[in-house]
Design a protein around this ligand. Structure first.
Ligand code: RIB
Ligand code: CA
Length: 310
């Protein structure tokens, strides 16, 4: 089976870290680039963190690019309380041996996709959609050229996590999300409705720790941090590992149930900024051009993670 050419755009971030470690350890993914964006922590830290995880996974063959420092319009608002001030939970950061590639993330996305046959390069977006929105503005042919765009973002039945009605990635840069969803991109949206089904239970964390490899220890450390923080802040016993979902879908799409939908993003109201209006009925809000992840085999997702970090 030919490996899937994939770009991962992310803001590591503890759940981004678990997703990256899964991707780095999965040979059926052909990782062309890791692009980074300001989100959970500033982009200088998300870019460094992506390089740290790359070094832990022994994947310095994959270039890391630095992207947008701030959203298209909004002020940057981090989420350090859920990811730690440095963005990797309790892990003490270090300066990795290999630096970032010289190009910016937007150029990297455009050049990587436009240099390959149509619909052959997929993209997973695990943070605010600023880089992709800027790339679509700069290269009008990008949306048609891109393969599936799997995005962690949004919420429907679950309500929000950064506000009552919005999920963080969409809320952080609602204009970028609106532009991506209005483009010709083929978006598969993994919102809180499905990511809340993918939780780091004590048993799953213990199983990872038992593997004993450095990537497994790193992934377990991120989950332990989330376990403690989410117990203290929202009273959850098992934290959702949101960003694992788009990467798991790229590896084994059959683990997920998707529904055709129309998605609109609230950008005008302060109260409901970043809300995703996910409509399944044809002809009500517009054509059902995108897909919404509804259900997932969570055991199957964690099996991919365990296999990748073994
Ligand atoms: O709402 C969850 C999303 O926001 C995840 O991508 C997490 O990393 C944070 O960026
Ligand atoms: Ca993220």
């Amino acid at each position: 089976m030919t490996p899937t050419p994939l770009i991962i755009d992310c803001d590591p971030g503890v759940d981004d870290a678990v997703a990256l470690l899964t991707a780095f350890g999965t040979p059926t993914l052909d990782l062309l680039a890791i692009t980074t964006v300001g989100g959970n922590v500033p982009v200088a830290k998300t870019a460094r963190n992506a390089r740290i995880l790359r070094q832990i996974a022994g994947r310095e063959d994959v270039p890391v690019f630095t992207g947008a420092e701030r959203p298209l319009r909004r002020d940057p608002m981090g989420a350090g309380e859920f990811h730690g001030a440095e963005g990797l939970g309790d892990m003490a950061p270090f300066e990795p041996a290999v630096g970032c590639a010289p190009d910016g993330a937007v150029e990297a996305i455009i050049e990587t996709v436009m240099a390959r046959p149509e619909k052959t390069v997929s993209l997973a977006v695990l943070g605010p959609l600023t880089n992709l929105a800027q790339a679509l503005r700069a290269e009008p042919g990008l949306a048609e050229r891109l393969g599936p765009v799997a995005v962690m973002g949004g919420a429907r039945s679950e309500g929000g996590n950064i506000t009552a009605s919005a999920e963080f990635n969409i809320w952080a840069d609602p204009e970028a999300a609106a532009e991506v969803l209005a483009s010709a991109c083929d978006v598969v949206l993994f919102g809180l409705d499905v990511t809340h089904q993918v939780r780091a239970t004590e048993g799953r964390i213990v199983a990872l720790e038992a593997l004993g490899t450095e990537p497994a220890r790193a992934a377990a450390s991120m989950m332990r941090f989330s376990q403690r923080v989410e117990r203290e802040t929202v009273g959850w016993e098992a934290p959702p590992i949101h960003d694992l979902c788009p990467v798991a879908w790229m590896i084994r799409p059959e683990l997920f149930t998707l529904r055709p939908c129309h998605i609109a993003v609230e950008t005008m109201s302060d109260l409901t900024r970043g809300h995703t209006a996910v409509e399944f009925r044809d002809g009500v809000a517009g054509p059902l051009r995108h897909r919404w992840a509804d259900r997932v085999d969570a055991d199957g997702v964690f099996a991919l993670l365990a296999e990748a970090v073994r």
